[in-house]
Design a protein around this ligand. Structure first.
Ligand code: FE2
Ligand code: FE2
Length: 168
C-alpha cells in the first residue's frame, strides 16, 4: 500500500502556491478577486512555513546531520517571505506598492521553494523511513487544518541560529 509522504504534501502546497500567484496576475483588474485570492494565499504561506518549522525541519535536523545550513537558509527565506507579506498588508490591495510587496513575496517564495525541492525534500526522502514520512504527513496535514487561515500561529520572524539550537 502506498503511504503519504510529508515531502509530497509540501510539494503539493508548492504547486498550489505557484498556481495562486498566477491567478493573482490573471485577476489583476479585479480588486474583489485579488482580495480573496490574496487572503487565502498569504494565510497559507504563513501556515505552510509554520508547519515546516514545527514539524519538518526539526525532524530533518535529527535525520540528516548535514542539514544545519539548509535549515538556517530555510528560516532566513521564511523570514523574507513573512516580511514581504507584512509589507503587503500595509497597502491598499491592487495599488502599485501592494503589487511590489506581492511580487517580492512571490520572488522570495519561488526561490525558496526551488531550494527546498532541490535540497531538503530530497535529503529527507533518502533519510526517512516510510513510517516516519507517513507519521509526519498526518501531523503536517492536521497542523494545516488546525491553523487554517493562519489561526493561532506566530507570523513573527525567527532567529535562524536560535531555531537550530532549539531544535537540534
Ligand atoms: Fe515549503
Ligand atoms: Fe519552506
Amino acid at each position: 500500500m502506498q503511504t503519504t509522504r510529508v515531502t509530497d504534501l509540501i510539494r503539493l502546497d508548492h504547486v498550489w502556491f505557484r498556481s495562486q500567484f498566477a491567478a493573482l496576475e490573471t485577476a489583476r483588474d479585479d480588486r474583489d478577486a485579488l482580495t480573496s485570492l490574496w487572503a487565502a494565499l498569504s494565510a497559507r504561506l504563513e501556515v505552510h512555513a509554520a508547519a515546516e518549522e514545527a514539524l519538518f525541519y526539526p525532524r530533518l535536523l535529527k535525520d540528516d546531520s548535514d542539514s544545519v545550513d539548509d535549515t538556517k537558509d530555510a528560516i532566513k527565506d521564511h523570514n523574507e517571505i513573512r516580511d514581504a507579506i507584512h509589507d503587503a498588508e500595509g497597502h491598499r490591495i491592487g495599488d502599485d506598492a501592494w503589487w511590489q510587496a506581492v511580487n517580492a513575496t512571490e520572488h522570495a517564495n519561488t526561490e525558496h521553494m526551488e531550494e527546498e525541492e532541490k535540497g531538503p525534500l530530497i535529503e529527507f526522502d533518502h533519510a526517512a523511513s516510510s513510517d516516519e514520512q507517513a507519521q509526519l504527513a498526518s501531523a503536517f496535514a492536521a497542523f494545516e487544518t488546525e491553523h487554517a487561515g493562519a489561526r493561532g500561529i506566530s507570523t513573527a520572524d525567527k532567529d535562524p541560529e536560535e531555531y537550530v539550537e532549539d531544535n537540534s
